[in-house]
Design a protein around this ligand. Structure first.
Ligand SMILES: *Cc1c(COP(=O)(O)O)cnc(C)c1O
Length: 233
């Protein structure tokens, strides 16, 4: 099978899963946007995905993302940064990413805002919410739910950043229903102050149905479209 048909099959199966999950909870499939997470896969795959109709891609490492973006700049894709971000890379990420999903501390916001201003573009921001119960080590990625509103206010204050909503990752071994309900509650709290910040980025290859049941507006899917990654990360 050609790589193109492999990707087409992966995409079709994920789109089917999204439709079925939406039907089960009475949602319009058009209310869920698919972000294909292309980390570790080559720019050629991104190009094929664009030809197959993908509009949004996600990356989680700055160096890899900036190179791939440069090779794919003609495709008109929306680029999402979904991984943990070092503060000293934030300004650079603002130069090519359209949406940063991992905003979880003040220092990042300053860097992202400086980068956006410097490159004269707007950058969308999602506040990443920690969905652990405090016991898993992964609970540390993301802001404590109690700090989400303060971070959101800080994003909203920056003229070159757009506050779009929240993002979360279910901790390894954690209960996805519990995790995504926690994220939905954080989203609701955020929207009571910022009604336009309606994005809920949740759900990956293994748990996208649960995320859609809990209100996800964006799912971030890698493996189920592209196949297994050689390097685990
Ligand atoms: C890699 C990654 C994904 C995609 O994960 P899959 O299980 O391959 O679908 C989604 N979100 C984040 C933050 C990631 O790092």
């Amino acid at each position: 099978m050609s790589r193109r048909s492999e990707l087409a099959a992966g995409l079709a199966s994920v789109q089917q899963r999204i439709e079925t999950a939406c039907a089960q909870v009475g949602r319009d499939p058009g209310s869920v946007r698919l972000i294909v997470v292309t980390k570790t896969f080559p720019a050629d795959d991104v190009r094929l995905l664009a030809e197959l109709g993908v509009t949004d891609v996600g990356e989680n490492k700055h160096q890899e993302a900036v190179d791939k973006h440069a090779q794919c700049a003609d495709l008109g894709l929306r680029w999402h940064f979904v991984g943990g971000l070092q503060s000293n890379k934030a300004a650079a990420v603002s130069a090519y990413c359209d949406v940063v999903h991992s905003v979880d501390r003040r220092k990042l916001i300053t860097g992202l805002a400086n980068g956006a201003r410097g490159s004269e573009r707007r950058v969308g921001c999602l506040v990443q919410v920690s969905l652990g119960d405090g016991e898993e080590p992964q609970a540390r990625s993301g802001a404590d739910p109690a700090h989400v509103l303060a971070l959101a206010n800080r994003v909203a204050y920056e003229p070159d950043l757009d506050l779009l909503g929240v993002m979360g990752v279910c901790p390894l071994g954690g209960d996805p229903v519990r995790a995504f309900d926690l994220l939905a509650a954080a989203a609701q709290q955020l929207q009571s102050e910022h009604p336009g910040a309606s994005v809920i980025s949740a759900g990956m290859s293994g748990d996208l149905e649960t995320a859609i049941g809990c209100g996800a507006t964006h799912v971030r899917v890698g493996t189920a479209v592209l196949g297994a990654r050689e390097v685990l990360r």
